[in-house]
Design a protein around this ligand. Structure first.
Ligand code: 5GP
Ligand code: ZN
Length: 113
């Protein structure tokens, strides 16, 4: 399988890793869309949220806990932040390894583009 995020997780491809534990990793997005733009990935390869199984619930919940921790550590929690997960082409998914985007540091519009 040829997956960019699996290569990053295996340290075969460079990235700015901000947090890592047994099951998840957080890194700076290489093309940031806001002053804070962090990606949170499970180390397990799950291509889209459609492939997430009930046994992945704890893992995906853990991703949100780490997003909370990073938002607090970065000092953006109180002001506000956005968590986004794109699924498939029309939503703009480009890397088929499930991930959350944590975006903050500027006002966000609604509805999203
Ligand atoms: P998606 O479009 O799938 O929701 O999000 C993929 C994200 O991965 C994009 O925001 C894109 O900028 C980011 N990205 C793509 N290639 C790389 C890379 O090599 N390193 C890092 N850190 N981010 C990447
Ligand atoms: Zn992968």
């Amino acid at each position: 399988m040829n997956c960019l995020f699996c290569s990053i997780i295996e340290k075969k491809f460079p990235s700015k890793i901000l947090y890592e534990d047994k099951t998840v990793i957080a890194l700076e997005d290489k093309n940031p869309q806001a002053p804070v733009h962090i990606l949170l990935l499970p180390k397990k390869h799950i291509s889209t949220v459609l492939e997430a199984k009930p046994e992945d619930n704890e893992l995906i919940g853990h991703l949100f806990q780490i997003a909370n921790k990073i938002a607090k550590d970065r000092g953006v929690a109180e002001k506000g932040f956005r968590i986004v997960m794109n699924c498939n082409r029309e939503a703009g998914q480009t890397v088929y390894h499930l991930h959350l985007h944590l975006l903050a540091g500027r006002p966000m519009r609604w509805p999203p583009g």
